[in-house]
Ligand binder design. Sequence first.
Ligand code: MF3
Ligand code: CO
Length: 278
Amino acid sequence: MRRRRENIILKTPDQMRKMRTAGLVVAQIHQAIRDAVEPGMTTADLDHVALDVLKRNNATSNFYGYYDYPGQICTSVNEVIVHGIPGNRVLEPGDLVSFDCGAIVDGWHGDGCFSLVLPGGDPEVTARRQRLCDRTEKATWVGVAAMARGKYVGDIGAAIDDYVVGLNPTPDIVQDYVGHGIGRAMHEDPDVPNYRTHFKGSKLVPGMVLCIEPQLTEGKETNVTLEDDWTVVTLDGSDACHWEYEVALHEGGVWVLTAPDGGKAGLAPFGITPAPLD
Ligand code: MF3
Ligand code: CO
């Protein structure tokens, strides 16, 4: 059977520039969290940091209220893969934390996630977590590079898959949560799997804005959602890491909307120069 036709809403360069504004608010939230976070803080403290940045920019969170989601951002610690709700959990030395943040500015959505390992903790554990963190970030750039060079949306997941399979030890790629188009809504078509599928997907064309967001696990990717209906954890309790960039594809090339430098540094190792929108 043929796959459902995806309803992809292409954006003009002008609309992409508006999305860039939202993307830069997300980048600003990330920076504020990097500057503030330390062991002893609660995840709710970081939610407040995010809300401050949103308010200062006349922006709102696209997560808050989404299917009644109660946070401004998602804070996913260690074995939590995605959708950790900020609360009274106290961050400990050596924790691996993913901060997924979004912003709406003038009706346009931004969405991005980064991860870090807090200082301190058992050196053996933190070295392993830092490796997973670095590999997840790299996997995301591999996906962005594939979007720049590829022909089909499926090339993104295939490239990420090839990269991850080549790692030793080999992390798992979470199958249940995929990337997505974004625009006037946080989630638009197309789905952007972070792994190889039998479906090559839609053609990559100028006007697409996609969120590429691999989640890697140290052990098995098999996961369960906790009683709160949000928190997704690895079944085996192994560490998980999430990274996400929002990327615009236009006539000139790609521009990473949630990266302050548009993706210059991240794409340099691939020999790709991102193209600004103005
Ligand atoms: N940033 C997530 C994504 O990429 C969405 C967060 S789910 C929410 O799809 F409920 F927190 F909004
Ligand atoms: Co997303």
